[in-house]
Design a protein. Structure first.
Length: 662
């Protein structure tokens, strides 16, 4: 391998690498490897422990390593595992666990034991061809364990977290759970999962999968604080990182050094944690001025956001990192932090570090302001619908495959204002498609993942559903997506239209907007106030002119379905006239002629629209009405009302991606 190995760095990682065995004195056989990541915390593969510590994982066991308690065994217990299935009875049957489930956190039961901790990478991208060194233990014939290490190269990605290691070494049994070091940066980037049968090479798991642990925030904060406290020790991790070939030069203050990174991450660990992945993503984009290359794993801590401030294998300039830190500081300050002293320490260090960068870039940090969508909402009762480049929006496109509209292709995008907003996240646009009555089940998990990337705790992202006119009455707002409540809010598994604004868009309006659509939208926004116009009534003759001549603030409202009969004719004329907002009853019409329920709908929608002071309020006002009546019984005018909210400033992408469902 071309990378020069650092002997002192290797000593540090070997002191932090451990192995596991039973608490029974008559059973000395080692189970597998692990490594210390924070005071009292060990990371390993779940399959190393499965089948050995009881059906519920409750049995105590032992951890041993040369840098832990002078090599003597230390009592430990499983704290958390990503795999949620049964443990089973037999060890050794679990190496085929999915990559994103095969990780576990172990807690040492003696908090007084001091030990080394590895430096965990904050990055989540792993280019092919990168050189790696794998550490662990292999069993000896007498039951003892012997330290082992070998070199490898990342030669393939296996899903979002799997990193296949090329055939440079045959990994021995027992090494599973050991750390994988990037010798170029001096950071642990992965956990070795398994070898390739009788062949060389193996599979490792990116450490970014740790973000799925409920204890992640605690563990990673303790990790960063521990390394900051070790800065006065001569041979610490960061001191070794500064001496690696191609390392950042501390003499150049415009660069971001490992010492800067250590101090920044310790300061970030002390402030209020991020409220949602979308917040971090927005601040990263604002700090960088663009989107990070590739698709890094979802960030859940301020540290993860720091890990997206790289260009290739090198960190961006110091002012970019300082700008990110300033934005974090501004966000935490704006949301009433519990520990203002911690925010003050972050502010003081940013100011001090700014004096070292060249004056020409200081204003990029000093003038930083939060994106509008991240400002506190205060006492605002209605969330305005996001305009271009504001809060994130999830877009679901449903394309019928056949004339009877029974099967569909689907595409999910996340429009968060970034460069990749037009790129599909998930979808199925080949093969037989999905039956209409199975769409909700098929879309459950993909919608949940899309929402997780842009939701904030008190600000769920809107869902836009792009349909052709025949399918406008698809009641997506009544779907119950069981996986769509984020991890911090699992209890709120409500109907989609109660949890978040759900609006319809016309899938035929792809690409460059028609002039009538764009001009009517602009006039409506400038007008502000909205009024209702009943466009379908008994024995009415519909003309294109009546829709084209409607005043800017007048909204078409109909008590009949939009996808069939007279309701379809009316909606077609409204779309052709450039209307971007409309309301209609998507359920069955009560008989051929209009009756009292229709009168109630028109009277109620007229009152509803009269309260709207800005068209952008309309989707959330309708959602709030649904939220207020969701526990009631019987008819309510808002129950089956759908809303067209089709913003020409954010037209649907003109081209389709072609890929299969995940």
């Amino acid at each position: 391998m071309s990378e020069r190995r650092d002997a002192r760095l290797e000593q540090l990682i070997e002191n932090a690498t451990v192995h596991f065995h039973s608490a029974r004195p008559d059973d000395e056989a080692m189970w597998g490897s692990g490594f210390l990541v924070a005071p009292g915390w060990v990371l390993t593969c779940a399959h190393v422990l499965l089948g050995r510590i009881g059906d519920g994982g409750e049995e105590e066991f032992r951890v041993r390593g040369p840098g832990l308690h002078d090599g003597r065994p230390v009592r430990a217990r499983l704290e958390e595992r990503l795999y949620q299935g049964p443990f089973g009875e037999q060890a050794g049957e679990w190496t085929n666990l999915p990559v994103d489930q095969d990780m576990a956190l172990v807690r040492l039961l003696d908090p007084a034991v001091e030990h080394e901790c590895v430096w965990l990478s904050d990055r989540s991208d792993h280019p092919l061809g990168d050189h790696r060194i794998v550490y662990g233990y292999r069993p000896l014939a007498d039951g003892a364990a012997q330290a082992w290490n070998g070199e490898a190269t990342v030669n393939a990605h296996d899903g979002p977290y799997g990193l296949r290691l090329g055939p440079s070494n045959e990994f021995p049994p027992g090494v599973s759970g050991g750390p994988v070091l990037d010798p170029a940066t001096g950071a642990v980037v992965a956990v070795i999962k398994c070898r390739r049968g009788d062949r060389d090479g193996g599979l490792s798991i990116a450490v970014s999968v740790m973000r799925r642990f409920t204890a992640y925030h605690q563990v990673i904060a303790e990790h960063d604080r521990w390394h900051e406290e070790r800065r006065r020790t001569e041979h610490n991790w960061v001191a070794r990182q500064t001496k690696l070939s191609g390392a950042w030069s501390e003499a150049d203050s415009d660069q971001w050094s490992p010492v800067d990174r250590r101090r920044a991450l310790a300061l970030l660990a002390a402030v209020e944690p991020a409220d949602a992945p979308h917040t971090i993503t927005q601040l990263v984009r604002k700090a960088r001025g663009d989107d990070p290359a590739g698709r890094p794993h979802l960030p859940v801590s301020w540290r993860d956001g720091h890990g997206q401030l790289y260009e290739g294998d090198r960190p961006q300039e110091a002012f970019v990192h300082l700008r990110y830190l300033r934005l974090v500081q501004l966000f935490v300050e704006a949301h009433d932090p519990k520990d203002r002293a911690a925010v003050g320490r972050l502010d003081a260090w940013i100011r001090d570090r700014l004096t070292e960068v060249r004056p020409a870039v200081r204003t990029n940090v000093e003038d930083a302001v939060l994106p509008p969508g991240l400002l506190p909402s205060g006492q605002r009762s209605v969330e305005p619908y996001p305009g271009p480049g504001e809060r994130g929006v999830v877009l679901l496109e449903l394309e019928p495959l056949d004339e009877d509209q029974s099967r569909f292709y689907w595409t999910l995008r996340v429009d968060d204002g970034g460069e990749n907003s037009d790129v599909p996240r998930y979808g199925q646009t080949t093969g037989p498609g999905v039956a209409g009555d199975r769409l909700r089940d098929v879309l459950d998990a993909p919608l949940a993942r899309a929402f997780e990337s842009v939701d904030r705790p008190e600000q769920p992202a809107p869902l836009e559903v792009a349909l052709n006119l025949s399918n406008f009455d698809t009641a997506v707002h009544t779907w119950q997506i069981y996986d769509s409540a984020p991890l911090w809010d699992r209890a709120r598994q409500q109907l989609l239209g109660v949890r978040r604004p759900v609006v319809i868009r016309d899938i035929e309006r792809r690409g460059v907007p028609a002039e009538s659509w764009g001009s009517r939208w602009a006039e409506m926004l400038s007008h502000g106030r909205l009024t209702a116009r009943n466009t379908v009534f008994d024995a009415a003759t519909l003309h294109a002119r009546q829709f084209a001549e409607m005043p800017p603030g007048q909204i078409p409202v109909q008590c009949r379905r939009a996808g069939s009969g007279a309701g379809r004719t009316a909606m077609r004329l409204a779309l052709d006239a450039g209307h971007g907002v409309a309301l209609w009853h998507s359920g069955d019409h009560p008989g051929h002629r209009c009756g009292s329920l229709c009168d109630d709908l028109h009277r109620s929608t007229a009152g509803f629209l009269a309260e709207v002071t800005d068209p952008a309020e309309l989707p959330d006002r309708l959602r709030r009405i649904r939220e207020n009546v969701t526990t009631g019984n019987g008819y309510h005018w808002a129950g089956d009302v759908a809303v067209l909210y089709d913003d020409p400033r954010r037209p649907l992408p003109a081209e389709e991606g072609v890929f299969d469902a995940p």
